[in-house]
Design a protein around this ligand. Structure first.
Ligand SMILES: Cc1cc2nc3c(=O)[nH]c(=O)nc-3n(C[C@H](O)[C@H](O)[C@H](O)COP(=O)(O)O)c2cc1C
Length: 279
């Protein structure tokens, strides 16, 4: 079944929570009319329907405000009470012609686990995030990596010394998600893989499976994993083209990483990619 609410193209979490809360409000309003009928034995008058409708819309607005204001509030975890901010940083536009050919980048790609530890520039970050999930068709809002039914279940975070940021494909910008350097704790959550701690920046792919499941049911899980592979390979190849190295990391404790990233319910960590200048 096609879920049109997931096909809209405004920034990810806002769109999803808005459409979801509006649908829920609509269901509630129908429920209220049913309860009215059952308790009074007659249908509500026109003005009574307007009052019920207004009540439903106010409930939706309050729900949406709560989701925007408290991204971690749905997870029953005291750590979610810690700072989650919403400061937007625009990235420089991606460069669409590079000095390294696709063939050369593919032939040179290796998993790199030893980094110099220098910082990533905004230009490098822009390019890597664009390769991961950037918009390449402004009209239809299609992205660098293919997505089953364009349902776009993936979200990309980047952990650097400047904190944990979330990538917003629609505006090609970063939103501050958590104001602390989490790389050391992320390495701990990945069974001590020290290249996560020593890299310049770590991309983390998470997935909201329900976006794809709403359309493809039980096949969604494999589709989401295929998609993560596409997006991650773009990042590995882009890293080589920038003179950087990267490493795929799939071995980590899901629950620990989910808590560390303050992920809301329904969003799962999938793939970690430490990136930096190879030593
Ligand atoms: C799904 C997946 C998960 C992986 N997880 C890890 C990991 O947790 N830690 C790590 O150091 N390498 C990890 N790797 C990297 C592989 O060890 C590496 O790709 C393999 O040894 C081949 O080397 P190459 O990437 O240099 O060609 C992973 C690779 C894949 C595809």
């Amino acid at each position: 079944m096609k879920n049109d609410t997931n096909q809209t193209f405004s920034p990810e979490r806002g769109t999803f929570s808005f459409s979801h809360s509006m649908v829920e409000a609509g269901k509630r309003r129908l429920g209220h009319i049913r309860i009215w009928r059952q308790s009074t034995g007659c249908a509500p008058t026109c003005s009574q329907r307007i009052i019920i409708c207004a009540f439903g819309l106010i409930t939706a607005a309050v729900t949406r405000y709560q989701i925007w204001a408290e991204p971690g509030a749905q997870q029953n975890n005291p750590e979610n009470a810690i700072q989650v901010q919403n400061t937007e940083k625009h990235l420089p536009p991606p460069v669409l012609k590079g000095a390294v050919s696709a063939e050369e980048a593919i032939s040179k790609r290796r998993s790199v686990r030893s980094f110099k530890g220098d910082s990533l520039s905004m230009e490098q970050l822009s390019q890597l995030l664009w390769a991961a999930q950037g918009i390449t068709d402004e009209q239809r809002h299609l992205r660098t990596a293919p997505s089953a039914g364009a349902t776009y279940p993936l979200i990309v975070y980047v952990a650097t010394e400047d904190g944990l940021h979330r990538y917003e494909p629609a505006s090609h910008s970063l939103t501050l998600h958590y104001d602390a350097d989490i790389r050391r704790e992320l390495a701990d959550a990945a069974y001590g893989q020290r290249w996560i701690q020593e890299c310049s920046g770590c991309l983390i792919f998470t997935a909201v499976y329900s976006r794809t499941a709403a359309r493809y049911g039980h096949r969604a899980e494999r589709y989401v994993h295929m998609e993560a592979g596409h997006a991650a390979q773009n990042v590995h190849i882009q890293a080589v083209a920038l003179g950087l190295g990267s490493c795929p990391v799939g071995a980590f404790d899901d629950a620990k990483v989910g808590r560390l990233l303050r992920l809301p319910q329904g969003e799962e960590p999938l793939y970690i990619i430490p990136i930096g200048t190879p030593k």
